[in-house]
Design a protein around this ligand. Structure first.
Ligand code: ZN
Length: 302
């Protein structure tokens, strides 16, 4: 089994990105895993502090590990947006592959100081673990927002990114490049898309040569996503689209079978709905889009 670091290196060499999808339950985990297996692509599952509180830190780790081992498949687990060192250490102890240590709301110097301390503590416990740091403002909450947040002031500069990397020693960087957590109401229909600052991504990459993660990519224009990957994004995070697909799948399952009470007869529709979204995104990030369109993923042929 290849390490996560090796998989990121390969993605960078091939100018593709690895998909990262947040999960909150077994239904979404199953959907992500099935999509990745079908497309034969490595995948990263993320759980925020709220998501892992719900699933259990040890329990979600055991689930992902069991899939990886039973199917000999490259699926990895990330502790997404971890806001404190104790919470990061807990995830590291429970076998997570990657920690996003996020104190980006603090002033820059304090962000550097705390992230550096977290990198040292996490690597002392688990030298193999990857640690990500975050600078700039990409909003919070993978939810549906009413108003557009003003994120212009919080964009990451290449010089700041370089300084942050040198001083903290993080393995991967989450910059603010026009991306935003959550979706606006106007984006749910898909008519309005998020746009990215591609030149900023390229400039940060040129300055740092580090693995970069694009957070809050739900609802982003497909061409911008491809351009962002070509400009240096190694991993792309999708959460809100997964949640929206989960909700739509559940709504239609309940509407289609109003008298059904057997969970495993209702929930496959939710798996299908989430898997469709994950498959399309994975195909886009990996350059397999044409292949995917020809071999539409559905439960019928699994
Ligand atoms: Zn994020």
């Amino acid at each position: 089994m290849q390490t996560l670091r090796k998989i990121l290196e390969q993605a960078e060499t091939n100018r593709v990105a690895v998909g990262h999808f947040n999960v909150s339950d077994l239904v979404t985990l199953k959907a992500v895993f099935e999509a990745a297996c079908h497309l034969e692509l490595p995948v990263i599952v993320g759980v925020s502090e709220g998501e892992r509180r719900f699933m259990g830190v040890r329990q979600v780790s055991a689930l992902v590990k069991s899939l990886r081992e039973a199917y000999d498949f490259p699926i990895f687990l990330n502790a997404d947006h971890t806001h404190s060192l104790p919470s990061a250490m807990e995830a590291a102890r429970e076998g997570f592959d990657w920690i996003v240590f996020d104190v980006s709301t603090l002033p820059f110097e304090e962000n550097v100081r705390q992230t550096k301390a977290a990198v040292e503590a996490l690597k002392a416990l688990r030298p193999d673990i990857l640690v990500e740091g975050e600078i700039g403002d990409i909003g919070s909450g993978s939810e549906i927002h009413d108003a557009v947040p003003d994120l212009q002031k919080g964009l990451t500069s290449p010089a700041q990114a370089k300084q942050f990397l040198e001083e903290t020693g993080v393995d991967t960087l989450a910059p603010a490049v026009g991306n935003m957590h959550g979706l606006l109401k106007s984006m749910i229909t898909g008519n309005v898309k998020k746009r990215l600052d591609i030149e900023r991504i390229r400039a940060i990459k040129t300055e740092t040569r580090v693995f970069m993660t694009l957070h809050g990519a739900s609802g982003t224009d497909d061409h911008d996503l491809r351009a962002a990957i070509a400009a240096g994004m190694t991993v792309v995070h999708i959460n809100t689209e997964v949640r929206l697909a989960w909700r739509r799948g559940l709504d239609s399952a309940l509407a289609n079978q109003p008298n059904e009470i057997v969970p495993y007869k209702l929930l496959p529709q939710v798996v299908d709905s989430v898997r469709e979204v994950v498959s399309a995104r994975l195909a886009l990030f990996s350059g397999k889009q044409r292949w995917y369109e020809k071999h539409a993923v559905s439960s019928a042929n699994d």
